[in-house]
Design a protein around this ligand. Structure first.
Ligand code: PMP
Ligand code: GLU
Length: 402
């Protein structure tokens, strides 16, 4: 029997949809996978060479738990050069992906009775990690009419004496929304009055931004000592499988994550660490090349989605997700030649995603898993050719619903 803690967890919907799509592909079905958020580019050559060299140079022994000092120094350099932020190497802990970094932070600070404010739509794993830490999710919802961004007044209204943390994600997975500098400053001004709240700022999509310079809430001095930045190499450098992410935060929190990780997983893979170090200290041209490709794809999918009846679409300003509101299709049914096909009624966005997968052979993720039950998430980190074909299929498949 699994523990109560585990029984309360939901499996990751993003990974589940991707797996389902791969299973159909293995059966010979031509599925286009727009479910998982993963760049389709290969890791840049210079980074691959660094990984190969690490193998040749016998980087085969345990690394320090928070990662090699040389990698943490490269991250310190990145934070200074790109974000204008000063950190010391011992304020940084590298982990097996940003996913583990978020979980390390939550397990380090959250316990029974503690509340975590999670703006919705949210990335699927946040709420499950809060549950794992025995904390309480306090969901603050922002729908498409407010570009999926919460207001400072909504934030303030959600704060209670039990609030321990806030999780911000900008650019956002799943909406692509980006908080402006002014919006972040106003948020910081609210939080400045609540010194017990730790601000977890997930900036994994920092480099996939279509509106200009990345803005971090860590730049504001009135909250700076309580911000923990989460980032990593998965998205910016097309290195999802390397599994290398990091946190940069106050010293006490870095020490806590270090202690936890030391008992739990140890330092992340040496090969990935050396590759990540090369990514940070090498030329950043590859990042800009991929960003431009994502922007072209964003423009394309936006045009195609706006042409689909019933979709309400916001313009994503970052990341590589489109998150249309598909309420129009909820409650509809699929008929073939006047007969209800397999009794299929679309009760929610998870049904809609399943319908699109089974009937249209396009994998997406229902918004329910992101706290937005009427939306659908499309990851557009794939070629323009596949995106065009996928949206053609989506349009034709949705037209079958009445
Ligand atoms: N945060 C967000 C918002 C994400 O979309 C992802 C992607 N899985 C992660 C964190 C974790 O990234 P990784 O573990 O691959 O570094
Ligand atoms: N962040 C990606 C996504 O949301 C990868 C899958 C995951 O880690 O959940 O699809």
């Amino acid at each position: 029997m699994v523990s109560e803690r585990l029984a309360a967890l939901s499996p990751s919907e993003t990974l589940a949809m991707s797996q389902k799509s791969n299973e159909l592909k293995a059966q010979g079905i031509d599925v286009i996978n727009l479910s998982v958020g993963e760049p389709d580019f290969f890791t840049p050559d210079a980074i691959k060479v660094a990984a190969q060299k690490a193998v040749e140079d016998n980087f085969s022994f345990y690394s320090p738990v928070p990662g090699y000092l040389s990698l943490r120094n490269a991250i310190v350099g990145k934070l200074k050069a790109e974000n204008g932020l000063d950190y010391k190497a011992d304020q940084i802990v590298c982990s097996n992906g940003a996913k583990q970094s978020v979980c390390n932070v939550l397990l380090s600070i959250i316990g029974p009775g503690d509340e975590v404010i999670v703006p919705a739509p949210y990335w699927v794993s946040y709420v499950e990690m809060v549950k794992l830490a025995a904390g309480t999710n306090v969901i603050v919802t922002a729908d498409i009419t407010q570009d999926f961004k919460i207001t400072p007044a909504q934030l303030e209204a959600a704060i209670t004496p039990k609030t321990k943390a806030l999780i911000l994600c900008s650019p956002s997975n799943p909406t692509g929304s980006v908080y402006s500098r002014t919006e972040l400053r106003k948020m910081a001004d609210v939080l400045a009055n609540y010194p017990n709240i730790t601000i977890i700022s997930d900036e994994i999509y920092e480099h996939i931004n279509y509106i200009g310079k990345h803005e971090s809430i860590a730049q504001f001095k009135n909250v700076r000592d309580r911000v923990v930045i989460i980032n990593g190499v998965s998205k910016a450098y097309a290195m999802t499988g390397y599994r290398l992410g990091w946190m940069a935060g106050p010293q006490w929190l870095a020490s806590a994550c270090n202690k936890l990780q030391g008992q739990y997983t140890s330092g992340p893979s040496n090969i990935a660490q050396k590759a990540a170090e090369a990514a940070y200290i090498g030329s950043q041209e590859c990042v800009e090349t991929m960003r431009q490709a994502f922007q072209k794809r964003r423009d394309l999918i936006l045009t195609l989605a706006r042409d689909i009846q019933g979709f309400q679409v916001n313009e994503p300003q970052g990341a590589f997700y489109l998150f249309p509101d598909a309420s129009y299709y909820i409650g509809k049914t699929y008929y073939v030649n006047g007969d209800m096909f397999n009794g299929k009624k679309i009760n929610d966005s998870a049904d809609l995603a399943m319908f699109l997968l089974e009937e249209g052979h396009v994998a997406t993720v229902g918004g329910k898993a992101f706290g937005a039950p009427n939306c659908l998430r499309f990851s557009y980190a794939t070629s323009e050719k596949l995106l065009t074909e996928a949206m053609k299929r989506v349009k034709a498949t949705l037209a079958k619903l009445v």
